[in-house]
Structures are given as structure tokens and as C-alpha cells.
Design a protein around this ligand. Sequence first.
Ligand code: APR
Ligand code: PHB
Length: 390
Amino acid sequence: MRTRVAVIGSGPSGLLLGQLLTHAGIDNVILDRASKEYILGRVRAGVLEEGTVRLMDEAHSGARMHAEGLPHDGFSLAFDGRDHRIDLVGLTGGKRVTIYGQTELTHDLMDHREKAGALSIYEAADVTPCDFEGHAPYVTYEKDGVTHRIDCDFIAGCDGFHGVSRRSVPDRAIRTFEKVYPFGWLGILADVPPVSHELIYANHPRGFALCSMRSTSRSRYYIQCSLDERIDEWTDQRFWDELRRRLPAHHADRMATGPSFEKSIAPLRSFVAEPMRFNRLFLVGDAAHIVPPTGAKGLNLAASDVHYLFEALLEHYQDRSNSGLDSYSAKALARVWKAVRFSWWMTTMMHRFPDTSDFDQKIQEAELDYLTHSRAAATALAENYVGLPF
Ligand code: APR
Ligand code: PHB
């Protein structure tokens, strides 16, 4: 088989890139080792920047997101028993975010891809990017006991943090940067109305908490936990009690609780691989970088990578210019590092670290106090939260 772009990974990065290419008439094939059902069963974050919303529209996949997504004009920082609203719209000259689960976005992209008749191969084993350092790259994979080969012009490595693309690059050609945080997030999904119509990020002596949502009737809540915590020791009741303790009383008192239908612990990590291009192989999204979820940047960074790569491929095929491909890595990384910085900063400001000293504690309090009393500081937070331009 031959295609122009072989896309490894059918997460948001691969699907979004695939849709944009398909609509531009650039032939592509998506390969994933997992099944469609497995991918749609994963629970991930759900805050979309305006740039991500725009790309979903460009990919002709935004209709349901506009109908069902919830526009949020602000969010709340809670500490010291009080709430402080960050007015995103007021501070950024009209920008907001949209609450729409990544699972739903993935669903929409898969549906539209199917309707467009573009090829996705699921449950492809042993996917291997080959010869990308030369002029004639190809990807091999196994399906139903048979080895297949797809010849292509370019390979897009959209296969997440644990994927094969980054691992295929020789060590000498890649540099990685990593920070692992000494705690995790215990998250639940429950069909109860959210405690507030906007998100609440809470800094509390017992640890961070986040009140988020998927809809007006489905809540997504998180509490900071230690990494050796066992999920089976967290009954729903224990979770609700702990979450309430970490919120200002006026929220805790009116919080609706109920049975959870998803509960999991996620570690927190910052990671960046440089560069993001290896001749005809391009890394996109989680394959190249991971951020802790505190700033809600993971999916949005994947979207900006896709934007840069799509524009570069368009330029290559339409204008016969490689300048976009040549600048992809530098452009993407410049935005990646700013989001990595922001996610690290918000994580550091909002969590209790095992070795937090009284000094560190006072600095955290001063930072939060500054944010809530200085328009300049709040503007910097808001500008990053709604997403730097791309
Ligand atoms: N071969 C083929 N497919 C693979 C392989 C492999 N060796 N390894 C991983 N994959 C697939 C996974 O099954 C998954 O469907 O690649 C896909 C990667 O998807 P994501 O992990 O969702 O990564 P990405 O599309 O870059 O999405 C970024 O997802 O993880 C969140 O926080 C992140 O929100 C951000 C977004
Ligand atoms: C979520 O809804 O899952 C979510 C929202 C905001 C974050 C992280 C996760 O910062």
C-alpha cells in the first residue's frame, strides 16, 4: 500500500491531523495498536482552548462540540477558605475556554473520518516506522498474522508517550528533559451536578483538589494523593469526605455526591523531547511532550503541534516549499516550552509537596495572594490558561 502521510496513533493528535489532511485532499492512513473501543474508553481531560476549537472546525468535526460543549468565562482559585474568580474573558479581552471531554472530541473525529472514507487500521501489532532518515520511508505492522507495509512520504508519530515513534530515534539524535512530581491525582467521574458552574482549583493544607465537569449533570473531581495510594482503599464515601475537606465551606456544604463510575490515579510528569523532527518522521502531541494536568494543556498542545505540521505539509504539497517542515520543530517547541513552564508553575503553586518547608509554604501563600490582588499577575495566568496564540 502507498499513502502520502502514515500517521501512527489514533488519539486526538493523529485523528485531528488525519482529518485536516483528508479535507485538504492529502491521502493518509492512521494506524493504532489499540481497538477503537479501547481508545474511546479512556478518560482524559476536557478543557479546550479557542485554538483547539478552531482546529476542530477546520477539520469539519466541530458541530457537536459547539452544541454540547460548555463555554467557560472564568474559573476559581480557592485557598484559605475563600474563592477568587479568575475572569478569563475580562482579563484576556474576550477569550474563554470550552469544556468538552477529550473522549467526545475523539469520538467526533473518528465518526467524521469514517464518513469521509479515510482509512484507519486498528489493532495493528508491531507498528514500526522505517527508513525515515532516507527518502523513502515506510511503516510495517502485523494484522491477523500477516506483515503489511505502507510506503509513504512522511511519518507522523502521534502515538503518545509510550509509543514506538520516539523510541525509534537513535539516542544520539534526541535529547529529553523530565521532571516527575512526587504525588498523583485521584480522579472520579460521577453523574451528579457540578458543585459550581465553573472549575475550582483548590490549594489546601491537605493537598490540591480540582472540581471539574463534563456536562451540567456529570462531574469530574480530583484530589492530590500520594503515589503509593491504593485505589481499592478509596471508597466513594472516603473520596467525597476528603474532597469536601479541601474546599471552602460554602462549596463543601452544597456539593452533590453519588456513586462514581470511574476512579483512577494518574501520576504527574513534565517531559519534552527535542527535536520534534527526524528528517521524514515528525513527533506530535504526547509522543514529544507530557505536562501535568494542572494547566489543562496536554490536549491543547497536541492541537498546536498538529496545526504547525498540517500547515507545513500543506505548503509542501501545494507550494512545493519545505520551509514549514524545516521550521516545524523549532516553532512547536517554542510553544511547548511555554506551556510546560505554565503547567509546572501552576502545579508548584497549587500542590503540597512532601518536602514543603514553612518557607515554601509562605511563598505559595504570597504567590496566591499576589495573583488575587494584582491585575497584571492575574492577566498572566489568564493569558496562559486560555492558550498562547498559534
Ligand atoms: N503502535 C501504534 N499505536 C500506538 C503505539 C504503537 N506502538 N503506541 C501507542 N499507540 C497509540 C495509542 O493506542 C493511542 O491511541 O497512539 C495513540 C496515542 O494517543 P494519546 O496518548 O491520546 O496521545 P495524543 O493523540 O498525542 O493526545 C494528546 O491526550 O494523553 C492526552 O494529555 C494528553 O490530552 C493530551 C492528548
Ligand atoms: C478535567 O476536566 O479532567 C480537567 C480539567 C482541568 C484540568 C485538568 C483536568 O486542569
